[in-house]
Design a protein around this ligand. Structure first.
Ligand SMILES: Nc1ncnc2c1ncn2[C@@H]1O[C@H](COP(=O)(O)OP(=O)(O)OP(=O)(O)O)[C@@H](O)[C@H]1O
Ligand SMILES: [Mg+2]
Length: 369
């Protein structure tokens, strides 16, 4: 081994490998000013003792919703101690107790004991503290769809927004964050009377925005000159096609890993091609493994059909074939969309324009379903 090789063995292409992690907080966060301003406007009244408003934050995966809300919360807390902002990841905290424990932790610095303390006491302590200190509470329920799965959404929203009835003067609001556009119709009637949100939408990034964001991320993660422009362009192009910025960020990382394993100082076309191969198949394989029978049956039906099904047609056929209910069809379809194996597109036809077309997001010939 020559001196060069010895040195190379320890050399990394990564300036900061964490720059590609899911929880990395980007230094440059552009193209979301309009949405963050709208969020700030909703919270603003609370800074002067008024009522913050509710919002529903909608947009496809990886359009910057979670990052935006966390940035705005950080700024609000820097500006004023009259507003308590609590960010809750509903994928991690799915129960009423779990969610209020997070709010409790924000106020008192530690989570309440998990046993022996009834929910009502924790709720009471939270609301009394807000009341006494005259602070408003803004809660972001990120990926709130998980609360629908655990059937806790209505209760949690109701508990939060009706608090003022029992605790006069308490001001609360909710930011519900979701990547499923059907969400609006999912609340209970009681909740719809208290949760009247303004909508803040996150459109997909354009190609040039994606290229810019990915270039920034590469700059933060790699040493200079590791990523040639033409590879960046290919990554950005694939990301646009796929519609998910996270895929682009992952691609950056795996290109870097493959180049590094190859003891190269630069990412080459060959490294990119390899990264593409493994990226697509690993994701789909893993996801397919996790499906239940209904979900698998639906996927097979879609992939065996030459044309494009609407959700209505597919649910009829599914019911005939399996004898299962519409509810289980809808559950399975939601899951398939959530794990990004399918896309459902509104056609503007059908009842209230709500008919949807179902499209596979992978090539079924490449996988055993
Ligand atoms: N404008 C941007 N600039 C830089 N990075 C961004 C931008 N928008 C999103 N990202 C990055 O993309 C990834 C996904 O962003 P984020 O988690 O905020 O999306 P999301 O809309 O909450 O997605 P999901 O619906 O899947 O929860 C993160 O790594 C984030 O840093
Ligand atoms: Mg998110």
């Amino acid at each position: 081994m020559g001196i060069e090789d010895i040195l190379m063995a320890d050399e990394s292409l990564f300036q900061n490998i964490n720059a590609f992690d899911p929880d990395y907080f980007p230094q440059n966060f552009n193209y979301r000013d309009t949405q963050m301003e709208a969020m700030a406007m909703s919270i603003r009244p609370a800074l002067r003792g008024g009522q913050p408003s509710n919002a529903i934050v909608l947009g496809s995966p990886a359009t910057g919703k979670s990052t935006s809300i966390r940035k705005v919360f950080e700024l609000v807390e820097k500006t004023s101690d009259k507003v308590v902002c609590v960010y809750i990841n509903c994928q991690l905290h799915t129960t009423r107790f779990g969610i209020f424990s997070q709010i409790y932790k924000k106020l008192f610095g530690h989570i309440p004991p998990e046993t022996g303390v009834p929910f009502s006491r924790i709720y009471d302590q939270i609301m009394k503290d807000l009341q006494k200190k005259e602070r408003s509470l803004v809660v972001a329920l990120d990926d709130i769809n998980y609360l629908f799965q655990s059937k806790n959404a209505d209760k949690v929203v109701y508990d939060l927004l009706r608090a003022y009835e029992e605790y006069p003067g308490v001001k609360t609001s909710i930011f519900a964050i979701l990547s499923d556009l059907e969400f609006k119709y999912a609340f209970d009637k009681n909740v719809n009377t208290v949760f009247i949100p303004q909508e803040i939408t996150f459109p997909l990034y354009t190609y040039s925005e994606l290229e810019d964001i990915l270039r920034d991320r590469a700059k933060a993660g790699f040493f200079p000159n590791v990523l040639p422009d033409d590879i960046l362009e290919q990554i950005a192009m694939y990301t646009e096609e796929n519609g998910d910025l996270r895929v682009g960020i992952n691609l950056l990382r795996s290109c870097g890993n493959i180049a590094e394993a190859d003891a190269s100082r630069q990412i080459t076309q060959e490294h990119f091609d390899k990264a593409m191969e493994s990226l697509v198949s690993v994701n789909v394989f893993e996801t397919l493994k996790s499906l239940n029978d209904n979900e698998r049956t639906i996927l097979r039906m879609i992939s065996d059909y030459e044309g494009i099904y609407t959700a209505g047609e597919l649910s009829e056929l599914f019911k005939q074939k399996t004898g299962s209910s519409y509810a289980s069809f809808n559950r399975a379809l939601d899951k398939l969309e959530f794990v990004r194996l399918i896309d459902t597109k509104f056609t503007g036809k059908g009842v209230r324009g709500k008919s949807r077309e179902i499209i596979l997001r992978f090539n079924p010939d490449d996988y055993a379903i």
